[in-house]
Design a protein around this ligand. Structure first.
Ligand SMILES: [Zn+2]
Length: 304
């Protein structure tokens, strides 16, 4: 039992260091943790360490929870449970939005730097897993090509697959992108999103949201999503929205997958774009054909 007490102290220490909680939140966060972890009291332990991510502490807590029968020791149950644990040390959505806006007033880059660090500290982006991805560039006759092998999505445990099959059909949230995911506890066939925090955006007068992809495969891989669950459709609005986003975040790129199955986005039922702080091969490629717009002489467009 003393080990779990030490783990709680370690997590509170980590959350303080990463700015997830303030000193005034510590007792409250400790009490939430003992409830989730099923222990009766909290006995603080001295901690002197600096961790890059919460993973080592969460692993201790998950092993302990599995040993005590709080969870079944499967990947999905562990992922659902460690998200519940991290939620105990998370700021509320309104606090995140307020702080993001305060940083944005200084500079858009300061705001996204802060938000990206938060998304890793909260374990919403599972950095320890993402770091396993393999990425390299390879020279081709068309220019350098980016190749990424995504190893961060864990292999499914047969016990999890069996549970997902038995799970009753649910249409809440409507999809993996809907804003109703914010704070959702997840289930056998839907990931936990208690630590998910969205940033509201105004794109051409319409409510949109900014978030990072939890399965990021390039630097600061963000998703720009419509406030409503409406299907993807490339239209004039797409270009207006992308230009609008770049005015708000000039240090990012923004683009859209095709609104077509297989070759296009993986979630076509919800309008969204991709963005981030990365220069793709497509941006470096030479222009094959340039297009000129008579009424917009300052706009440059081309096919690469
Ligand atoms: Zn949706």
């Amino acid at each position: 039992m003393s080990d779990i007490q030490r783990s709680i102290s370690r997590l509170l220490h980590f959350a303080r260091q990463k700015g997830l909680i303030a000193p005034d939140d510590e007792v409250y966060a400790a009490n939430r943790l003992i409830d989730v972890l099923g222990v009766e009291e909290y006995v603080p332990h001295a901690v002197d360490e600096t961790l890059e991510t919460a993973t080592p502490v969460l692993e201790e807590m998950l092993d302990d929870a599995a040993a005590r029968g709080l969870i079944e020791n499967t990947v999905n149950e562990r992922d659902l449970f460690d998200t519940r644990i991290m939620d105990c040390v998370m700021p509320r959505p309104s606090e995140v939005v307020r702080e993001f806006r305060a940083h944005y007033a200084a500079s858009p880059q300061e705001a996204t730097d802060w938000y990206y660090r938060l998304s890793i500290a909260s374990n919403y982006i599972r950095k320890t897993r993402i770091d396993r991805n393999i990425a390299w560039k390879t020279a081709t006759e068309y220019g350098d090509l980016d190749v990424t092998i995504n190893l961060s999505k864990p292999e499914k445990d047969p016990r999890d697959i069996a549970k997902a099959k038995l799970a009753k059909a649910s249409s809440y949230p409507k999809c993996l992108l809907c804003r109703e995911n914010e704070g959702y506890a997840g289930r056998a066939n839907h990931p936990a999103r208690e630590t998910h925090r969205l940033i509201p955006l105004d794109l051409c007068g319409v409510p949109w949201f900014l978030q990072y992809s939890p399965y990021t495969y390039y630097n600061e891989h963000c998703i720009i999503l419509n406030g409503d669950h409406v299907p993807m459709q490339i239209s004039r609005h797409t270009f207006e929205n992308l230009a609008c986003f770049l005015r708000l975040f000039p240090h990012y790129f923004a683009g859209s997958n095709a609104d077509l199955p297989i070759v296009g986005g993986s979630i076509l039922s919800h309008d969204h774009y991709q963005g981030g702080r990365y220069t793709f091969a497509m941006e470096r490629a030479a222009t094959e054909k340039e297009y000129v717009f008579k009424n917009y002489p300052t706009v440059r467009a081309g096919r690469v």
